[in-house]
Ligand binder design. Structure first.
Ligand code: ATP
Length: 774
């Protein structure tokens, strides 16, 4: 065995010593994990270590296992890759390597290891834990450690976090890094779109994913690709014909560009590899398209993490430390997962077995099982993608008596993803034989022109009209804050006149209010006894009945980009604090999640308000922080203040008070990003969820086809809101949500799931509890 350090181990001083490492391929968000683990460890009264260069660092020991201080991880949230390094380590695959690693851990007195990596890294970690007692015996038997040395370390605690751009671990909806990578892919495809459109070209885009098609599928859904190749569900035996016929049909319907996404691990049903070149040649020779291949390569791994990855890595890092502290020798090693909106612990080895099972299913050509083996969303996205690209699947058409005229309307301020939802709804309608009718410019738009001949305010949307909308921001059919109560009678008249059989509404709190008004007016107007669904879309994420609104992720990304730039300026000028005003209406969601994602010093929300004592304590805290920062880079600080947090303490006043009270020790400025937060191009997460929820909404609406108006009115779910609730996507009846869950005065849900996340922002910035005391 190579060099083993024979110096005596540091004796445990009663404090748990928790080490964090990153392993396998790097992914954006890994630094957020390290920061969260280090700070949560210290905040819990334990000692934090980081293992540099993955398992290689563990095997090499010495300086590779470093004690970490609070300041060491300052500013790490916004950095891409992994600052503690990662490596593939052959030595750790063998027992002698693991024995050396164990010895190095005893040396530092480490009790627990938090590993952020892919399934290989996590498998290695579990094996290490399994072997640990034997490794201890071996160290003693070989005379490398005394019995006393190993006595306090009879058990090793392991917690896994999944860091991977591929999103290939079954059991979790998202791995740390996958949405950043998807963001990069979509940005590139959006750029390619422009040139493809100009020249009417076809582009074959090769994306990463040797065994998992998540990136390819999601890129297809969010960019409106024509065809996607993924390993889990290869196209038909005659895939060449299948792809060409879809592309030709899209072209015949007026599409000027073609985008085909090919996953690295693409294959046919006999497991023969399908390459980008093969697809390129087919498009060029069989259809005669001017075709180019673009291989995105390592840009997919790089760059700063998106808002979601920063939040996910932070929350999961915090949860990992909690799991370490709660673990007993009997607890199986957990992996920290996310299911819809809920952070959960699952059995690490079960998750890995499920993941490996997918690979086995693919190898055995059991593609149905492979699709099911991925998380539940995966199959839904696959179906949604197929429905939005299929245009003449006559086998999917409903009988004429089941076909509906579906009114589609946008209400309230624009939000990223509104158009993607509408595009999906239009494509769904056309595939099933319904008529998608755009009600332009909201309810005022509908009512304004009802006497005239059609002026374009009510129009059937064609597939090609909506086809370009997947990645567009704003609202293509126009949105308006006006409510039906502005003119219920005319609204009902228009519903009758245009034979609207169902209503799909996209928007924020106004849309929610609009459906509520229509539902209540059903007693007076039969025209409203139709199925209605509201798909929440607002940057504020303040719609009751859901924990997530389409558009909020776009807003968060715009905000963190803005804050990153501001922080850079604040750090460059040293000792400066910025007070940044966020949108969000009377909901502090955006401020809080952005606070988590940028590592804000504090967040001020309307729910808690701003009090003089908070400012006094925060200024005290700022003084302490700047005093500690001497010599540290990245010393800019940000406080996020929601626009409605206080009528008295405006953003400017707070900055002025801080400046006045700083006694010249630091500078304070304020910044208002304003409508930048509505974002330009919607984020991929908003786009894909818009598509998924759009399709689900239409399926919900469709279930009412053929029912009488009375039957519809009697069913509480005929006026519903679709939303994420904990670990589920659900339809909830408007009537109940309005009555039980809505704070009508402040236009937000009564219980906001994210409120306790303010504690995490504070814990990770080190802000004392006194700062929150009014
Ligand atoms: P990615 O998803 O990026 O491939 P990964 O964690 O799956 O990440 P691997 O290369 O499979 O990447 O594993 C990373 C390291 O984990 C390996 O170099 C090795 O040191 C360790 N490792 C992987 N599998 C095992 C195993 N079965 N036993 C012990 N160690 C392992």
């Amino acid at each position: 065995m190579a060099q083993i350090n024979l110096s005596p181990p540091s004796m445990p001083d009663g404090k748990k010593k928790i080490a964090v490492m990153t392993s396998g391929g790097d992914s954006p968000g890994m630094n957020g994990t390290v920061r969260a683990v280090v700070r949560q460890t210290i905040a819990s009264g334990c000692v934090a270590f980081a293992v540099y260069e993955g398992y290689q660092g563990l095997v090499d020991g010495g300086d590779m296992i470093k004690h970490m201080s609070w300041e060491d991880v300052r500013g790490w949230l916004s950095e891409g890759g992994t600052l503690i390094g990662t490596a593939r380590c052959a030595a750790f695959r063998e027992r002698p390597g693991r024995l050396q690693a164990a010895n190095n851990m005893i040396e530092k007195g480490i009790d627990a290891l938090v590993i952020c990596g892919g399934d290989g890294s996590l498998t290695g970690a579990d094996k290490f834990r399994d072997e640990w007692p034997g490794l201890m015996d071996e160290l003693v038997a070989k005379g490398l450690r005394s019995k006393e040395d190993v006595a306090p370390h009879q058990h090793l605690n392991i917690v896994g976090l999944v860091g991977s751009i591929d999103n290939d671990l079954s059991s979790t909806d998202a791995t740390i890094g996958c949405y950043s990578s998807l963001g990069r892919i979509c940005q590139m495809v959006d750029y390619i779109d422009a040139t493809a459109l100009s020249h009417q070209r076809a582009f074959v885009i090769e994306v990463m994913g040797r065994h998992c098609g998540w990136l390819a599928l999601m890129a297809g859904v969010s960019c409106g690709a024509d065809f996607v190749f993924i390993p889990e569900n290869p196209p038909s035996e005659n895939w060449e014909e299948e792809m060409c016929s879809i592309v030709k049909r899209h072209r015949a319907m007026g599409k000027r560009k073609t985008i085909v996404i090919v996953c690295e691990g693409a294959q046919d049903r006999k497991l023969n590899h399908i390459t980008g070149k093969m697809v390129n040649d087919l498009l060029a020779t069989r259809i005669g398209l001017d075709t180019r291949i673009t291989t995105l390569g390592h840009v997919q791994r790089g760059g700063p993490p998106c808002a979601y990855d920063r939040m996910l890595s932070t929350l999961q890092g915090v949860e990992a430390v909690k799991a370490v502290l709660e673990a007993t020798p009997e607890t199986p090693s957990p992996v920290i997962c996310i299911v819809e909106n809920k952070i959960v612990r699952k059995d690490l080895m079960q998750a890995i077995q499920l993941t490996q099972q997918v690979a086995k299913d693919i190898a055995a050509r059991d593609f149905e099982a492979a699709m099911k083996g991925r998380d539940a969303e995966f199959e839904e996205y696959w179906k949604a993608f197929n429905i939005t690209t299929a245009t003449d699947k006559s086998d999917m058409l409903l009988p004429p008596e089941k076909r509906m005229r579906v009114g589609i309307i946008h209400v309230g301020a624009p939000a990223g993803g509104m158009n993607a939802a509408t595009r999906a709804a239009v494509a769904y309608c056309l595939t099933k034989g319904h008529s998608p009718i755009a009600l332009h410019n909201g309810f005022p738009g509908l009512c304004r022109h009802h006497d005239d001949k059609p002026l374009g305010s009510v129009r059937e949307i064609k597939w090609i009209d909506a086809e370009q909308w997947a990645s567009r921001g704003g609202s293509e059919i126009g949105t308006n804050r006006g409510l039906p109560s502005g003119d219920l009678k005319t609204t009902a008249f228009c519903f009758g006149k245009y034979q609207i059989d169902a209503l799909f509404m996209v928007g924020g709190f106004e849309a929610f209010t609009a459906v509520s008004e229509l539902r209540k007016a059903r007693e007076q107007y039969d025209a409203f006894k139709i199925p209605m669904v509201v798909l929440p879309a607002t940057v504020s994420n303040n719609v009751p009945g859901t924990e997530y609104s389409v558009g909020s992720d776009t807003c968060l990304n715009a905000l963190i980009e803005y804050c990153d730039a501001i922080r850079q300026s604040a750090s460059a000028s040293r000792r400066r604090v910025f007070v940044v005003e966020t949108q969000g209406g009377a909901s502090g969601y955006i401020a809080t999640i952005a606070g988590l994602s940028i590592g804000a010093l504090a967040v001020y929300t309307p729910e808690e308000g701003i009090h003089l004592n908070m400012l006094v304590e925060d200024i005290k805290f700022l003084k302490e922080q700047f005093a500690k920062d001497v010599g540290h880079a990245r010393s800019g600080k940000i406080i996020l203040r929601n626009e409605k947090a206080s009528k008295t303490y405006t953003t400017e006043i707070i900055a002025n008070i801080i400046l006045e009270e700083s006694g010249g020790r630091f500078d304070a400025r304020y910044a208002v990003p304003g409508h930048v937060q509505q974002g330009g191009t919607p984020s991929p997460m908003d786009r894909v969820r818009a598509v998924r929820f759009g399709v689900k909404s239409l399926q919900h609406i469709e279930a009412y086809a053929g029912k009488t108006r009375k039957e519809i009115a009697d069913d509480p779910l005929s006026a519903a809101i679709i939303g994420v609730r904990g670990s589920k996507v659900k339809f909830s009846p408007m009537e109940r949500i309005e009555r039980e869950e809505t704070d009508w005065k402040d236009r937000r849900p009564k219980n906001e799931f994210w409120m306790n996340l303010i504690d995490i922002v504070d814990t990770l910035s080190g802000r004392p509890k006194a700062c929150r005391t009014p």
